[in-house]
Design a protein around this ligand. Structure first.
Ligand code: 13P
Length: 254
C-alpha cells in the first residue's frame, strides 16, 4: 500500500512568519487527519525552511526544499546544497520542476546529479517530469516522460526508486487552471509506473509514489486521486492558502 503524499510547493511565496501562520492554521484544520492516512509536505522558499521545520515539529507535516545544487560546498554564489537543506530541517527536496528547467537551465543531467546529491545527504527526492503543450500536440508525451525519467533516475538503486517520489506535472497544466483530464493523467501515470517496472523491477516500482501536479484544487482532487497510479498531488497556487490545501488533503483522504 502506498501512503499518498500531498506536497505544497509555495514557489517564491511566503516569509518565515507567513509560513508559521500557515502551519498553525493547517494544523487546526486537519486535526482529525490520521497520521497514516497521508504524508503532508510543505516546500517553502529556502529562507523559510528552518522556521517552517521548527513550526511543524511534533506534527505530521514535513518540510522540503524546492531545489538544490549538487555540489557539497564551494564557490557557488547563491546556491544551496543538499546537506544545507538537511541541516535546516528539510527531509525531502523538489528536483527538476519545469520552472527550473525552463527558466533556470535545469537539464536531465543536472536533475540526475541533484537526485544523487539528495540521496547522498539522506533527503527524499521529489523528481518532476512533464511535457510541454507543443510536445503533447506533437504526440511526444510518452517519449518525453521516458527520457526525463530514465535520465533523471539513472544510477539509482532499486531501493532508492521505491523510496523516492515522482511528480507528473504537464507543463501546460501548471498555473493555467486547466488540469489534465482523468484519462490524460491516468495514461501518463500508468506509463511511468510501467517503465519503472521495466527498468528497475516490479518490487521497487510498486512502492514509488507518483504525484500529479498542475492546477490541482479542492474541486478536482477526488477524481485525480481516484486513479490507480496517482499517489498524491504536488500543488502550487491552491497550496498558498492553508484552508484550500487542507480541503484538498481532506477530500483526497475521506
Ligand atoms: P499549480 O498548482 O499552481 O498549477 O502549480 C503546480 C506546480 O507547479 C506544483 O509544483
Amino acid at each position: 500500500m502506498r501512503i499518498p503524499v500531498f506536497a505544497a510547493n509555495w514557489k517564491m511565496h511566503k516569509s518565515g512568519l507567513e509560513a508559521m501562520a500557515w502551519v498553525r492554521e493547517f494544523a487546526l484544520l486537519t486535526r482529525e487527519l490520521s497520521a497514516d492516512a497521508a504524508e503532508v509536505v510543505i516546500a517553502p522558499p529556502f529562507t523559510a525552511i528552518a522556521v517552517a521545520a521548527e513550526a511543524v515539529r511534533g506534527s505530521h507535516l514535513t518540510v522540503a526544499g524546492q531545489n538544490l545544487y549538487f555540489e557539497r560546498e564551494g564557490a557557488f554564489t547563491g546556491e544551496v546544497s543538499a546537506g544545507m537543506l538537511k541541516a535546516a530541517g528539510a527531509l525531502s527536496v523538489i528536483i527538476g520542476h519545469s520552472e527550473r528547467r525552463r527558466l533556470f537551465g535545469d537539464t536531465d543531467e543536472s536533475v540526475r546529479r541533484k537526485v544523487a546529491a539528495a540521496h547522498g545527504a539522506g533527503l527524499t527526492p521529489i523528481v518532476c517530469v512533464g511535457e510541454t503543450l507543443d510536445e503533447r500536440e506533437r504526440g511526444d508525451t510518452l517519449a518525453v516522460l521516458d527520457a526525463q525519467v530514465r535520465a533523471g533516475l539513472d544510477g539509482c538503486s532499486g531501493d532508492q526508486i521505491g523510496a523516492l517520489i515522482l511528480a507528473y506535472e504537464p507543463v501546460w497544466a501548471i498555473g493555467t487552471g486547466r488540469n489534465a483530464t482523468a484519462v490524460e493523467a491516468g495514461d501518463a501515470h500508468a506509463h511511468i509506473r510501467r517503465r519503472l517496472r521495466e527498468w528497475f523491477g516490479g518490487a521497487y516500482a510498486e512502492h514509488t509514489r507518483i504525484l500529479y501536479g498542475g492546477s490541482v484544487k479542492p474541486e478536482n482532487i477526488r477524481e485525480l486521486i481516484g486513479l490507480a497510479d496517482v499517489d498524491g498531488a504536488l500543488v502550487g497556487g491552491a497550496s498558498l492558502d492553508a484552508a484550500s490545501f487542507a480541503s484538498i488533503v481532506k477530500k483526497a483522504t475521506s
